[in-house]
Design a protein around this ligand. Structure first.
Ligand SMILES: Nc1nc2c(ncn2[C@@H]2O[C@H](COP(=O)(O)OP(=O)(O)OP(=O)(O)O)[C@@H](O)[C@H]2O)c(=O)[nH]1
Ligand SMILES: [Mg+2]
Ligand SMILES: [Zn+2]
Length: 186
């Protein structure tokens, strides 16, 4: 039987690079956050609000992970901060290999905070350390209250959980009875 040597585990390689990225961020005195959520949970909206609130006192950069477009980057660039786009070409998460060249393109020594918007996905982003100081999960009300049970690695692995779209709570509570029928009849 042929024995195939496994030289390096892919996750180990990512974690090693993530530690290097973390050291690089620390050396530049930059705090970095990785914002994860399902598609459409409100990541870009939340990030834009956060930047608007903080940009007079903190120098902020934004890295956007998107499988195909620059739609979110263009929205955030309107706020006048440095923005770097990562297009994953269909890939469903960011990894450290993608963040490293993105940091090269940001003026690290002139920033206090980097906000990374991960690809909308509740599964594999949880497995890829990006060297950030905080991993944040944005959970939105319309996704349903079963999501922590259905996606446990994501919910267990994060440092901060932000509950978003709380304005939709009354609608979500009634969505299994009156609302869908109303929509059907309209
Ligand atoms: N009702 C409500 N809608 C919201 C809220 N936050 C965001 N939205 C809406 O949700 C939709 C998706 O918001 P985005 O910020 O683009 O979500 P996203 O997670 O960045 O989406 P992707 O990057 O495509 O995964 C938009 O129509 C927003 O206007 C909120 O707090 N309440
Ligand atoms: Mg977005
Ligand atoms: Zn993935």
């Amino acid at each position: 039987m042929t024995r195939i040597p496994i030289v390096e585990h892919i996750m180990e390689a990512n974690t090693t690079l993530a530690m290097e990225l973390n050291e690089r961020l620390n050396a530049a005195n930059v705090f970095a956050v990785n914002i994860m959520a399902s598609p459409g949970a409100g990541k870009t909206t939340f990030i834009k609000s956060t930047i608007s609130l903080l940009k007079d006192t903190k120098r902020i950069g934004y890295i956007d992970g998107d499988i195909a477009t620059t739609i979110d980057s263009e929205k955030v660039a309107e706020l006048g901060i440095p923005v770097v786009q990562i297009n994953t070409g269909g890939g469903c998460h960011l990894d450290s290999n993608m963040i490293s060249p993105a940091l090269d393109k940001l003026p690290l020594n002139d920033l206090d905070l980097i906000i990374i918007e991960n690809v909308g996905n509740l599964i594999c982003p949880a497995n890829f350390n990006l060297g950030t100081h905080l991993n944040i999960l944005l959970a939105s009300i319309p996704e349903g209250d079963d999501k922590p049970y259905k996606y446990p690695p994501m919910y267990r692995g994060v440092d901060v959980l932000v509950l978003n779209k709380i304005d939709l709570l009354p609608i979500s509570q009634s969505c299994y009875n009156s609302l869908p029928m109303n929509f059907l009849h309209n």
